[in-house]
Design a protein around this ligand. Structure first.
Ligand SMILES: Nc1nc2c(ncn2[C@@H]2O[C@H](COP(=O)(O)OP(=O)(O)OP(=O)(O)O)[C@@H](O)[C@H]2O)c(=O)[nH]1
Length: 301
């Protein structure tokens, strides 16, 4: 049984009580220039590597959103290639560069991401730099009848790869948004009603060099939502709810329909070279999900 009030030992004594011990007198150097630089010790390490780096890095960012900017939190993957005769990259330089860009007021655009990847490669003395940035992108959505607005978000990402020797850069963009899909089969066979579900549409596209002013977030969002049974909304009053319910009934979609219709829209966008589309419906009459996917390379046709 404890008795109060108690007299506590000092914090140092408490740490000792719970097992903390003083550091040993070490023999290895503590100054940076006397430490072994294992990463840079040259030897034949059998293979060159495509990508070495860090993933799951959470960081605040400011992104260019049309003619405005938006602050959000992004998850980064930062990497470079690695030559055969070096054991490792100096990984601290990756987050060092991220912090430096942040301190300098970095605004994320396709061009600034390409510059970031190029700087990474140069800082690491490797030929290729790569990065992926993934974040929630917020946009305003109005209710279809009352016009009441609220914020929606889609998960978006950009992957950039730069080869500093050839000076080539590739840019891939992606977006996932959820939509309403209403089952065509259920509508067809039932006396009334039709089951519907929340569909998750994921699109990824590689962009052509000349795609500078392509508003990829808006275009991918439109491709998904305009081909769904109905888009989602943050605010819906009764007249709005009636509208979206009827809209879904007028536009029934299987996952296969979704993927094919979105593929047709992406096929018509000149800025896109290759694309991937997936629709996953969280079924309301099953425990499982329904999925469909397509990958397509326009230049391979
Ligand atoms: N290459 C490599 N580094 C790792 C790995 N795991 C942890 N590290 C990192 O090793 C780092 C040591 O950083 P370095 O960038 O090599 O440090 P440094 O040589 O003092 O840095 P510079 O002054 O830039 O040359 C720490 O940031 C650790 O995160 C790994 O699997 N591979």
């Amino acid at each position: 049984m404890s008795t109060y009030p108690i007299t506590l030992p000092t914090k140092e004594e408490r740490h000792k009580l719970f097992g903390s011990v003083p550091p040993v007198k070490g023999t290895k150097p503590t100054e940076k220039d006397k430490m072994v630089d294992l990463q840079n010790t040259p030897k034949n390490f059998l293979f060159a590597l495509d990508a070495v780096g860090i993933s799951n890095v959470k960081h605040p960012v400011v992104i260019q959103d049309g003619d405005k900017t938006q602050a959000t939190v992004a998850t980064f993957e930062l990497s470079t290639s690695l030559v055969q005769d070096r054991k490792g990259i100096n990984m601290s330089r990756l987050t060092e560069q991220l912090d430096q860009y942040h301190q300098e007021g970095w605004v994320v655009t396709n061009e600034s991401l390409i510059q970031f990847a190029r700087d990474l490669a140069e800082r690491m003395e490797q030929s290729e730099g790569q990065l992926t940035i993934r974040y929630p992108w917020f946009f305003t959505r109005k209710a279809p009848a009352t016009g009441l607005s609220g914020l929606m978000n889609a998960e978006v990402w950009q992957t950039v790869s730069v080869d500093t020797e050839t000076n080539e850069a590739t840019l891939t963009v992606g977006l996932t948004i959820n939509v309403t899909t209403l089952c065509p089969c259920s509508k067809e066979i039932s006396e009334y009603s039709a089951h519907n579900q929340r569909g998750y549409v994921t699109m990824e596209a590689s962009l052509r060099d000349e795609a500078d002013d392509f508003d990829w977030k808006q275009e991918l969002l439109d491709a998904a939502e305009s081909n769904a049974s109905a888009p989602l909304h943050p605010v819906l009053k009764r007249p709005d709810e009636k509208r979206v319910t009827e809209m879904a009934y007028e536009n029934p979609r299987f996952v296969e329909d979704m993927v094919r219709l979105i593929a047709a829209d992406l096929y018509e966008m000149d800025a896109i070279a290759t694309f991937f589309v997936e629709c996953r419906n969280e079924e309301t009459i099953h425990q499982h999900d329904a999925i469909a996917r397509i990958t397509f390379d326009k230049d391979a046709q």
